[in-house]
Design a protein around this ligand. Structure first.
Ligand code: FES
Length: 112
């Protein structure tokens, strides 16, 4: 999915919640931002940078359990709330972004 809004400093509507069932993920491309992955979990909707900080893998393709996603390449798990990996091989957190659901729409506010 590609979002073409020119304003990314404020919340941007990126999807309908109905299009992202619990347990599923999607990616969005916003101007001036690295690709962002959005996850719908039983605990809510979370957004983090899509690219793993270890190598070039898409976290949106990873396995989601509770509030964590397991990288599909080398299996480091990132906490969706904090972006912090649980251990090697990834050492650096991914950026987190604010994701809110309002009236059935997912709004994303990218981190600065
Ligand atoms: S690419 Fe994600 S843990 Fe290696």
């Amino acid at each position: 999915m590609t979002v073409t809004s020119q304003s990314v400093s404020a919340a941007v509507a990126v999807a309908n919640l109905d299009d992202l069932p619990v347990g599923e993920s999607m990616t969005v491309d916003l101007p001036g931002q690295p690709r962002i992955a959005i996850f719908n979990t039983a605990d809510g909707v979370y957004a983090i940078d899509d690219t793993c900080t270890h190598q070039d893998a898409s976290l949106a393709d990873g396995w989601v359990e509770d509030c964590a996603v397991e990288c599909p390449l080398h299996e480091a798990c990132f906490d969706l709330r904090t972006g912090v990996p649980n251990g090697p091989p990834a050492k650096t957190p991914v950026r987190t972004h604010d994701a809110q659901v309002v009236d059935g729409h997912i709004f994303l506010t990218p981190s600065a």
